[in-house]
Design a protein around this ligand. Structure first.
Ligand code: C5P
Length: 280
């Protein structure tokens, strides 16, 4: 069948959520960001981004209340790419959001990264330039350019890929309130003085995950935000206790700066499975 040249083209991108299997926050830097040490992992909960090339940019529809302005990571991505290319794009969009916003699952970052990957391919943008654009949108965006399993340091943008973990899954619990990321960092009260990061713990945790040493995984997985966020928002702490009680999981953690909680399982016992960088 010959495609009709006048038929409007529609492109659907899948934008996965992430969890942090390990998250430590170190010192506060001069630029206002914090040094972190984390293990990122993408899972098969997706936002769907439908692109309409040729439709004027600014045509934006979503199933959540999200404006087309600087608060929207997709808007930021379009503006940053337009600046890089020195020309305006014509790209209408629809965003079907399934990843809770403000939940620490990286939805906004993932949406922007999926769009950047598409624009990078379409306009032949070099990897380094695309990485710089990703960094300018948010600390988690560079991770989502690839996804899978990654160790993140710096402010989250310095990435190494130790090999994708497979055959794990998670159940998620969104306690119903979002946590602002800058607020969560403030709650930690970190100073500019050194706060040691547990590089050895990350290596041990990755080995435990590969070797399926479930007890060690439970002992080593951590999130520095849990204490301060649960103290500030007791309803999240209560949700954590309930969620943990109900499941016999390898580990139960909060992801990112909150508020989503996850329970980790072997195999496909949980609702969402780990996905590799080549999935989806
Ligand atoms: O980079 P992103 O937009 O996700 O960061 C939002 C805010 O979270 C930053 O402005 C900063 O206050 C805080 N942040 C931080 N250290 C990081 C990442 C984020 O202090 N490593």
């Amino acid at each position: 069948m010959v495609a009709d040249r006048n038929e409007p083209v529609e492109i659907t991108l899948k934008c996965p959520a992430k969890i942090n299997l390990f998250l430590e926050v170190g010192q506060k830097r001069e630029d206002g960001y914090h040094e972190i040490l984390t293990i990122f992992q993408t899972i098969d909960l997706y936002d769907e981004l439908i692109l309409h090339p040729g439709v004027p940019t600014g045509y934006f529809r979503s199933n959540i209340d999200l404006a087309w302005n600087g608060s929207n990571t997709l808007y930021k991505a379009v503006k940053a790419v337009e600046k890089h290319l020195g020309k305006e794009l014509a790209l209408g969009m629809e965003l079907k959001k399934k990843i809770p916003a403000g939940g620490g699952l990286g939805g906004g970052s993932s949406d922007a990264a999926a769009l950047l990957r598409y624009l990078g391919e379409t306009f032949h943008i070099e990897r380094e330039a695309l990485f710089e654009v990703a960094c300018s949108i948010g600390s988690d965006v560079p991770f989502f350019l690839r996804g899978g399993t990654a160790i993140g340091t710096g402010r989250g943008e310095v990435l190494t890929f130790p090999g994708d973990l497979e055959d794990y899954s998670v159940d998620l619990c969104f306690p119903g309130i979002g946590v602002s990321t800058p607020l969560a960092y403030t709650l930690l009260g970190r100073s500019a003085d050194g706060h040691e990061l547990g590089n050895k713990e990350v290596e041990k945790l990755l080995s435990a995950l590969r070797e399926r040493d479930l007890t060690l995984i439970g002992r080593l997985s951590k999130n520095d935000f849990e204490g301060p966020v649960f103290a500030m928002f007791p309803e999240i702490g209560r949700a954590y206790d309930k969620f943990k009680e109900k499941r016999e999981a390898i580990a139960t953690r909060m992801t990112g700066s909150g508020s989503t909680l996850f329970s980790l399982f072997e195999g496909t016992k949980g609702e969402y499975r780990f996905i590799t960088s080549t999935d989806g």
